[in-house]
Design a protein around this ligand. Structure first.
Ligand SMILES: Nc1ncnc2c1ncn2[C@@H]1O[C@H](COP(=O)(O)OP(=O)(O)OP(=O)(O)O)[C@@H](O)[C@H]1O
Length: 210
């Protein structure tokens, strides 16, 4: 599903990750690894947020380097610690992402309702608690018709009810739309997490299946 070719990422000449050839299979995959090994770096690279050497392409051969706009329409990302301009409201951001991802205008309503965000989604995000911000950022990662959703530490700051709602979203996208997920988490995924998960490990400056 995600084909990695000659991937290399350094910060200030310090090599962080090198992945010569690896295909991450369709489905739900969990990237594990100690602090600072490069999980967020890989997810940000795959999201098209930071530059790297080499190439990443989705199964249908949409390459981030050759078709950057098409690739970014197919891959959505929620950061571990989301930051948005404080003066924008949740509704502003939903509208922006809906337009950018060519999504149906009312698509996000279902997510706002099921995550119980209706009472605050129209407020500036500067007034949001960290859990409210996390829910918004996860919601934005489901907008459009992504083939792959990247979730960096999706469980942190979420209450147990919100987690069950998130698991429901993942289950629905995976089962009904065939969306794949690549996520990182230091917390164990509980047994209500949907479906068999493949595990990958970042260690020794590379990524491989466990
Ligand atoms: N913008 C940056 N500039 C320089 N070095 C960076 C930058 N971002 C990350 N690093 C370094 O890259 C390495 C990998 O960081 P990364 O955040 O990808 O790790 P991680 O596996 O996600 O860690 P954690 O489990 O703590 O979230 C670390 O050594 C970090 O210090």
């Amino acid at each position: 599903m995600l084909k990695i070719t000659n991937f290399k990422k350094s910060y200030n000449k310090d090599l962080i990750l090198q992945i010569d050839n690896l295909t991450i299979e369709s489905g739900i995959s969990w990237i594990r690894g100690a602090n600072g090994t490069g999980k967020s770096t890989f997810l940000k690279s795959a999201a098209g947020i930071i530059a790297f050497e080499g190439d990443l392409s989705l199964a249908s051969d949409v390459s981030i380097k050759a078709q950057p706009v098409a690739y970014r329409k197919l891959v959505n990302f929620a950061e571990a610690e989301p930051v948005f301009p404080e003066f924008l409201t949740g509704t502003d951001l939903i509208r922006l992402f809906t337009k950018a991802k060519d999504a149906p205008v009312k698509q996000a309503d279902y997510f706002v309702e099921t995550m119980k965000m209706g009472s605050y989604v129209s407020d500036p995000v500067g007034t949001f608690s960290s859990g409210m911000l996390k829910k918004l950022s996860l919601l934005l990662a489901f907008i459009g018709n992504p083939k792959l959703i990247l979730l960096d530490e999706p469980l942190i700051t979420m209450d147990s009810q919100a987690l069950q709602t998130l698991y429901g979203w993942i289950d629905e996208y995976y089962s009904k739309k065939g969306t794949s997920f690549l996520l990182s988490s230091h917390q164990a995924l509980d047994e209500s997490f949907p479906h068999g998960i493949r595990e990958l490990l970042v260690a020794g400056q590379t990524l491989k299946y466990i």
